[in-house]
Design a protein around this ligand. Structure first.
Ligand SMILES: Cc1cc2nc3c(=O)[nH]c(=O)nc-3n(C[C@H](O)[C@H](O)[C@H](O)COP(=O)(O)OP(=O)(O)OC[C@H]3O[C@@H](n4cnc5c(N)ncnc54)[C@H](O)[C@@H]3O)c2cc1C
Length: 86
């Protein structure tokens, strides 16, 4: 993945938000596709936390953000709950 140059980011900030952002004190960027918990999803990780199981389109591994993903995630969460051992 090509990272945007800091001056390109600054010029975009100025274009949309005004000259006050011409010289930011710093710019931090993150490769969200490399972020293990989310893999670029809008939502968070789908792994259960204790007895809390997550469903919803944004937790789906495929068709993330669409109806198909929502239904798949519901089925996945239901299966997780049905196979709980504790
Ligand atoms: C304008 C628009 C067009 C779209 N077009 C398409 C399309 O053409 N094809 C496609 O596949 N997808 C489309 N989508 C995406 C699709 O609608 C969503 O991915 C899908 O509905 C998500 O389902 P979900 O069950 O994850 O969440 P949601 O459908 O958002 O369901 C969440 C439910 O939880 C309820 N809720 C929230 N907070 C609480 C609470 N505290 N207590 C109790 N209930 C709560 C909400 O009221 C809601 O009913 C579109 C989305 C939008 C906004």
């Amino acid at each position: 993945m090509t990272r945007a140059a800091p001056n390109m980011i600054a010029s975009t900030l100025v274009k949309y938000s005004g000259p006050g952002l011409a010289e930011p004190s710093g710019i931090a960027d993150q490769d969200q596709m490399a972020d293990e918990p989310t893999r670029g999803r809008y939502g968070g990780a789908a792994k259960p936390i204790g007895r809390i199981h997550w469903a919803g389109a944004e937790t789906s591994d495929i068709w993330n953000g669409y109806m198909d993903g929502a239904i798949r995630s519901g089925r996945r969460a239901a299966a997780e709950i049905l196979t709980r051992t504790s």
